[in-house]
Write a protein that binds this ligand. Structure first.
Ligand SMILES: Cc1cc2nc3c(=O)[nH]c(=O)nc-3n(C[C@H](O)[C@H](O)[C@H](O)COP(=O)(O)OP(=O)(O)OC[C@H]3O[C@@H](n4cnc5c(N)ncnc54)[C@H](O)[C@@H]3O)c2cc1C
Length: 389
């Protein structure tokens, strides 16, 4: 067993950390804007990410991505997670399922993303279909040359800045779940509401309505009937990246709280002298250390060919554990800051609000527990083992 970073991984981590520090310079501007940053700023940061080799990290180099393994992506995303206001969305990471695009679709959708010219968003959730992803009601009715889409999609992350959406719909008459490329400016597509959320993110999560939206035959990603499986692949990847980012977020929170605890004096001594503060700091360190190891392990296993079902369950363990641990860490760290932790000019306050959604999006904590329990009941505890080389 070798748990050490290679020199190349260490260098990648340092590069990602330097880029994350650059993003941090825009946190307060983003907080004040409570929405997208000016176009020029985004362009500058996009090119900086490309120069640093941390743009499109999940796509191969021959298409213009950074061509990183999942373990390398976890290393990068952990550094990105330290940045607030979802500024980590600027070094874009296209949906992993776009790798399944046909050569023509790749030219039209994926390659422009990797050049920083276009953006995608993934639309599966609906008003009556959240955790129950199989309950979607959006339909695709066959017509000459394609389909007509009708339905509604909610919480579409980056839907405000995206040029096109991947929309999950049921192809009639047999309700075959399918993913469609839908250009946002297609007649019949409209944003019905852009809710304000707890975090002040650099991109929004609008709600979309689709009314008689014509999509041509060539707009299916993969095959008709493959939508649910592709969505599951997207979830697996994203869950692992949420685990990585929440580990990073927790580490930044702990570093800030530790630095505060050693310099803040009450009763004539640093508050880090108090055992109750020490216990909080120690519990945070434990939460971070064990979740970092497990997230790295699962990414490594994915790179070494662990089967899809096992990976799905392991990514759920990583997401559930790391996101809940980060919630505990940020809560304790805010407590260590006392009243200042509640002040919006301190990053810890933003982290407290922002970490909450990690227990909800890409499947709630309860749904991760359902996935893990199902795997356990079907196949026993073997999936918890380390793989054999
Ligand atoms: C900021 C944000 C961004 C998002 N981005 C996207 C996006 O880009 N694309 C997209 O398609 N979706 C997105 N989502 C949607 C997100 O994935 C859903 O909100 C999430 O899956 C939960 O669905 P729901 O909100 O409908 O809650 P519900 O499914 O209604 O759940 C409500 C409660 O019931 C619990 N529950 C439900 N079923 C079970 C069960 N079987 N056992 C135990 N408890 C259960 C849940 O855990 C939860 O506590 C986003 C959500 C948010 C908040």
């Amino acid at each position: 067993m070798d748990f050490a970073y290679t020199p190349a991984q260490q260098e990648l981590k340092a590069r990602a950390a330097a880029y994350a520090e650059l993003l941090m310079d825009y946190e307060l501007e983003s907080e004040a804007a409570d929405g997208p940053l000016p176009r020029d700023t985004v362009k500058k940061l996009t090119h900086a990410a490309m120069d640093a080799g941390v743009y499109g990290i999940n796509m191969p180099t021959e298409w213009g991505g950074a061509g990183l393994t999942l373990l390398e992506q976890v290393i990068v995303e952990e550094e990105f997670g330290k940045v607030t206001n979802c500024l980590w969305d600027i070094p874009w990471r296209p949906s992993n399922v776009l790798a399944m695009a046909s050569p023509e679709q790749r030219e039209r959708y994926l390659l422009p993303i990797l050049r920083g010219e276009r953006f995608d968003a993934f639309a599966t959730t609906e008003p009556d279909s959240g955790s129950d992803a199989g309950a979607i009601a959006t339909t695709a009715t066959p017509v000459d040359g394609g389909w007509l889409l009708d339905g509604e999609k909610w919480f579409v992350t980056c839907g405000d800045v995206a040029d096109f959406l991947l929309v999950q719909a049921n192809v009639l008459p047999d309700n075959e779940s399918t993913l469609f490329f839908v250009e946002k400016d297609t007649p019949g597509v409209r944003i019905s509401r852009t809710p304000r959320f707890m975090h002040s993110a650099v991109n929004g999560h609008p709600e979309f309505v689709f009314e008689n939206v014509f999509v041509p035959t060539e707009s299916v990603l993969g095959e008709v009937g493959q939508g649910f499986e592709l969505t599951k692949d997207w979830f697996t990847d994203e869950r692992l990246m949420i685990a990585a980012r929440t580990v990073g977020l927790a580490e930044r929170a702990l570093q800030l709280a530790r630095d505060w605890a050693v310099q803040r004096k009450q009763f004539g001594v640093p508050i880090s002298d108090f055992q109750m503060i020490q216990a909080m700091l120690a519990d945070c360190a434990v939460d971070i250390a064990v979740n970092r190891s497990y997230t790295h392990q699962v990414a490594w296993e994915a790179d070494h060919g662990v089967d899809r079902k096992t990976l799905h369950a392991k990514a759920s363990i990583a997401k559930l554990s790391a996101s809940e641990a980060a919630g505990r860490v940020v809560d304790r760290c805010l407590q260590i800051f006392g009243g200042r932790g509640y002040d919006r000019s301190y990053p810890i306050e933003r982290m407290y609000r922002e970490v909450r959604v990690d227990r909800i999006w890409e499947g709630t904590s309860e749904i991760q527990r359902v996935i893990v329990a199902n795997e356990l009941i079907k196949r026993g505890t073997a999936f918890l083992d380390l793989p054999v080389a």
